[in-house]
Design a protein around this ligand. Structure first.
Ligand SMILES: [Fe+2]
Ligand SMILES: [Fe+2]
Ligand SMILES: [Fe+2]
Length: 279
């Protein structure tokens, strides 16, 4: 099989991982704090590692990782339904992995897909177990329908965080600069934390997190990537600063200021990298 075809198959797998991450996070947040939501978030983190490995393999083959999000199973209103969706989504994932393992002869990639498949088999069992657990514990959707300035601020934050997570991951995969790669990965993980904090805060405030993103910068040159990243960090630091002044709840104010400080730090880190890159 030629490289172009392998890249295409791996990108399909990567898109599937992306869909799974968002499906699982949406449902974990919607269930509120607890053991089961923690376990589901842990599965989402494993899918993130899969996404990362697939993206690295794609870049090694000379491809560009896709930012498209694959299929999600969001139907159903109860936690039991969502856990059944998890079982089905894992089945949706296992079938193509098995097929791609057969089709691809590169031993390194075969081994990687085998490794991922074994995780998906384990997740499949986990979700079957969660279906029973959700029934037994009568787990509920704890989201509310509050819609006001506070929930709007939190959802705007989530949208921003999701966008930069994708952007920094893409930049980390594409840039040949090792230090840029490392920092982009590191800051993407920090943005994932922000997304989680904001989504949990939103559910606690009886809102409904909407995990969607806006346009991602696809610059090919490292300096252009860094310029785009600095620009977005400066904008968002100002937006969080403004939002923190606007909200009345002291805990929320504190959270927004903490995130703002991180964004200021990101802008500084990226500015230093740009200076180095331009030398
Ligand atoms: Fe999985
Ligand atoms: Fe952030
Ligand atoms: Fe940031």
């Amino acid at each position: 099989m030629d490289k172009v075809k392998i890249i295409e198959l791996l990108n399909q797998d990567l898109e599937g991982e992306h869909g799974a991450i968002i499906q699982y996070l949406t449902h974990a947040y919607a269930m509120g704090e607890g053991e089961m939501s923690c376990e589901i978030e842990a599965i989402a983190r494993e899918e993130m590692r899969h996404l990362d490995w697939l993206a690295e393999a794609i870049v090694e083959l000379g491809g560009v990782p896709s930012l498209e999000r694959g299929k999600m199973r969001m139907e159903g209103k109860s936690v039991v339904d969502w856990m059944k969706n998890g079982v089905m989504l894992e089945e949706d994932a296992m079938a193509p992995y098995r097929e791609h393992i057969k089709l691809i002869d590169d031993p390194k990639i075969k081994r990687l897909l085998q490794r991922i498949l074994s995780d998906e088999e384990s997740h499949h069992g986990d979700f079957q177990h969660f279906v029973e657990k959700a029934q037994k514990e009568q787990a509920k959707d704890v989201r509310g329908s509050r819609q006001d300035r506070t929930t709007q601020i939190l959802n705007q934050g989530i949208e921003h965080e999701y966008t930069v997570i994708l952007q920094y991951l893409l930049h980390s995969y594409i840039s040949p600069n090792k230090e840029v790669k490392r920092q982009m990965q590191d800051q993407a993980i920090n943005e994932m934390q922000h997304l989680g904090w904001l989504a949990e805060e939103l559910v606690d405030s009886e809102g409904n997190p909407r995990i969607e993103h806006t346009e991602v910068d696809r610059s090919a040159r490292t300096a252009d990537m860094l310029r785009a990243d600095i620009k977005v960090e400066k904008e968002v630091a100002a937006a969080y600063d403004h939002a923190a002044k606007e909200v009345k709840e002291p805990d929320l104010k504190q959270l927004l200021l903490r995130i703002r400080d991180h964004e200021v730090y990101h802008a500084d880190v990226f500015s230093d990298l740009l200076k180095e890159e331009e030398k």
